[in-house]
Design a protein around this ligand. Structure first.
Ligand code: SF4
Ligand code: SF4
Length: 204
């Protein structure tokens, strides 16, 4: 078993996917005249799970650059996050807990944040492997803009997330010697990724 370490080439490939996604996000936001500026809310308390070893390892590149004290503090925050999520789930509620990486309203690891963090805000669509399409209406502020400007949600500009997810999945599969399917599925919050440390796998 060994830690999944991303080579500089893989890091560059991940960042290139993120950059292209950010370009598309900006184009959609521009068309909608939408921005996060002045927002009274902070959507880093939205509950998301993440599904790739690749992004998990990429997040840990950023985490390792933090000083040891900050890392210890983050570990406590992450454990606290997991406890609060359990409490919400026990009460049959969707968890709404601030991400441990959010400090004073800002992301401590902005450069290393995951794909879902990068697409939150504007309307988005995704096509699942079974062919089913899912639509995300965007955050509450963006939904208000869409409702005012468009008769139907389908008329509004959107970020199609599928190609970016596919590119990440392909890259991850290559990294795992085209044997991604033999490894357990990933379904983790950022807090769980922090607690678990970087991914450790049975790889050559
Ligand atoms: S990783 Fe950063 S952007 Fe993503 S939810 Fe956490 S604080 Fe927010
Ligand atoms: S995505 Fe929406 S809810 Fe989140 S900070 Fe931006 S404007 Fe606010």
């Amino acid at each position: 078993m060994k830690e999944l370490v991303l080579s500089p080439e893989v890091v560059e490939a991940v960042e290139s996917i993120y950059n292209r996604l950010e370009d598309l996000y900006s184009q959609v936001a521009e068309k909608l005249k939408f921005s996060c500026k002045g927002c009274p809310d902070n959507c880093c308390d939205s509950y998301f799970q993440h599904h790739t070893y690749l992004e998990w390892a990429y997040l840990h590149i950023g985490l390792k650059q933090l000083d040891p004290e900050k890392q210890s503090e983050l570990m406590l925050r992450a454990r606290n996050y997991v406890e609060k999520v359990k409490e919400a789930e026990a009460a049959d509620k969707r968890p709404q807990v601030m991400c441990p990486l959010n400090e004073d309203g800002l992301c401590m690891l902005y450069k290393h944040r995951l794909l879902v963090c990068r697409t939150h805000g504007v309307p988005a669509t995704i096509k699942r492997p079974d062919g089913q399409s899912l639509a995300f209406p965007g955050c509450f502020r963006c939904q208000a803009i869409v409702e005012k400007k468009y008769f139907h949600f389908s008329d509004a500009p959107k970020v199609e997330r599928t190609p970016f997810l596919q590119q990440l999945a392909r890259l991850e599969n290559e990294l795992l010697h085209n044997e991604r399917a033999k490894y357990p599925k990933v379904k983790m919050t950022i807090a769980e990724m922090i607690i678990a440390g970087p991914p450790v796998l049975d790889i050559d």
